[in-house]
Structures are given as structure tokens and as C-alpha cells.
Design a protein around this ligand. Structure first.
Ligand code: ADP
Length: 273
């Protein structure tokens, strides 16, 4: 072809080369924009609790310290803001380690049912505060073993169950559901809260994305929980999906490779007979 029409071929090659270079430049520009946006977001997220803690401490130093009630109230508020800063730094560290691949996954057999019940125990207080019932289903299961990284999966279940309690209704229900197939177990965390409007649904896994900023902050959220969840699930070689209906609730679902699943015996008699 080159011999029959050398100029046309050369033009084609130049065209392909320029298009390739342009694509690379576009990619770099996108990365740079992403980096800048991220830095701006992080600075903003840091500024809020730092300014607040600073404000309370300076007001105390400027004389408010004299009043015992004010002193205790302001110190508690300053401490709470520093605590959220601490959570934010820890979440950012986990996220950046996940993104740079610095965290080694330790895949082993994990009883995800027991792990979920332990998380229920850890969240008992906040569930009680909101009068939320925590359940696993089906309720005759005694163990569900899957292939996972125990610590990371603990973080996933903690974030999903805590969100379901935080953003669900007072007096609502949170159900962790196990749907076992031949090779995989499908795990879902469901609440019957107000749901997530469809226009926000595709964005909730982005870092710092919140549907209702004030509600998230009031409940101690960093806006990084679901971004971390998504990274961990992807690192297990699988995906997480979300479904939500206004006023009906929200369900997060993912699959893990199954190892073994056991059920409680139907009743004691059938065991001994
Ligand atoms: P946050 O720290 O704000 O909780 P997340 O990344 O965990 O951050 O969640 C992002 C946002 O997604 C939350 O701010 C909230 O608006 C929304 N969200 C997450 N889980 C639920 C849920 N179960 N029901 C309703 N909204 C939810």
C-alpha cells in the first residue's frame, strides 16, 4: 500500500500519532485537575474542624474560661472537632494506601456472619439511640465462610451498617442478608430509611461526596466511608452495587467467593433422634 500511495499512508500515520499524543495530553490534564480538586477538597475538610476547635479555645482564653459551664461545654466541643479531624486523617491514610496499592490483602476464610454480628455489637449504642433494630437473614444461619481479608471486610461492614443506621429512620430496621449460591455468597446491607435520590446515586462512592452535608457532619461522617468500601471490595476482585427507592430504603450488595455455609439444626430433638 505504501508503495502504491506513500503520501496517503504517511498522512494516516501522522494522524494516528497526533491523536495518540492528544489523548495522552488529555489524560495528563485530567489527572492534574483531579489532583488539584482533591487538594482543595482535603484542605477544605481540614479547615472546618480546625477553625471550630481554634474558635472555642481562643474564646476560652479570651475570658470565657471564668464561667465553669461555658468552660466545660467549649472544651467538649473543641475535643469533638479534634476527634473528627483524627478520623478524617485515618480515613485519608487508608484511602491513599488503597489507591497506591500499599495495602497487602490477606485473603483467608472469614465467617462473615460472625463478623457482622460483632459489628452489630460495636454499633449497639448508636442503634439504641435511634431505636433501630439490627438483624441478619435468613435467621437460621449459624456460619457463613467466605474468602476475604478479615480486617478490611470488618471496615466494609462497619461503614455500610453504620451508614444504614445513621441515614435510616428512627425506629427503623437494618438487615444484613446472605444469599448463598454454589460458588458465591451475595451479601447485602438493607435499611428502610428515606433512600438516596436517583441523581445522587451514581456519585455516592466518590470521596467527600455527601447527599446532605449537614446531616453527614452532624453524624460524624468524613464523606470517605463509601470510597473506602468501594476500594476494598474492588481489591477483592468484585464490585459493589447500590439500589435505593425514595421512602423505601437503600440496599448495598456485593459478592464474595464462598467457602462454607452452615445452618442451626432445625431443633434439638431432630439432632438427638
Ligand atoms: P459519610 O461520612 O458522609 O457518611 P459516606 O461515604 O459513608 O460518607 O457516604 C456518602 C453519602 O452517601 C452520605 O453522606 C449519605 O448522604 C449517603 N448515604 C450513605 N449510605 C446511605 C444510606 N444507607 N441511606 C441514605 N443515604 C446514604
Amino acid at each position: 500500500i505504501r508503495e502504491s500511495n506513500p503520501l496517503k499512508t504517511l498522512n494516516d500515520e501522522i494522524f494516528v500519532y497526533v491523536t495518540k499524543k492528544q489523548k495522552e495530553i488529555d489524560e495528563l490534564k485530567k489527572l492534574e485537575l483531579f489532583r488539584r480538586e482533591f487538594l482543595a477538597d482535603v484542605s477544605h475538610e481540614f479547615k472546618t474542624p480546625i477553625f471550630a476547635a481554634q474558635g472555642f479555645i481562643h474564646t476560652l482564653l479570651d475570658g470565657a474560661m471564668e464561667d465553669e459551664n461555658v468552660r466545660e461545654r467549649f472544651l467538649k466541643k473543641a475535643a469533638r472537632n479534634l476527634d473528627s479531624l483524627d478520623v478524617l486523617v485515618k480515613d485519608l491514610l487508608v484511602l491513599s494506601q488503597m489507591e497506591t496499592g500499599d495495602i497487602k490483602m490477606n485473603i483467608e476464610a472469614v465467617d462473615i456472619l460472625q463478623l457482622s454480628l460483632n459489628i452489630f455489637g460495636r454499633l449497639e449504642n448508636i442503634a439504641e439511640d435511634r431505636n433501630v433494630t439490627l438483624k441478619v437473614k435468613p435467621d437460621d444461619l449459624s456460619e457463613v465462610w467466605v474468602k476475604a481479608d478479615q480486617d478490611r471486610m470488618q471496615q466494609v461492614m462497619l461503614n455500610l451498617i453504620e451508614n444504614a443506621i445513621k441515614y435510616g429512620n428512627d425506629g427503623g430496621k437494618v438487615i444484613v442478608h446472605f444469599n448463598s449460591g454454589k460458588k458465591y455468597v451475595e451479601i447485602s446491607v438493607r435499611d428502610n430509611g428515606p433512600g438516596i435520590p436517583p441523581e445522587h446515586l451514581t456519585r455516592i462512592f466518590e470521596r467527600f461526596y455527601r447527599v446532605d452535608k449537614s446531616r453527614s457532619k452532624e453524624r460524624g461522617g468524613t464523606g470517605l466511608g463509601l470510597a473506602i468500601v468501594k476500594h476494598i471490595i474492588n481489591a477483592h476482585g468484585t464490585k459493589i452495587a447500590v439500589m435505593s427507592k425514595p421512602d423505601k430504603g437503600t440496599t448495598f450488595t456485593f459478592k464474595l467467593e464462598k467457602v462454607f455455609q452452615g445452618a442451626h439444626p432445625e431443633n434439638e430433638e431432630s439432632l438427638t433422634s
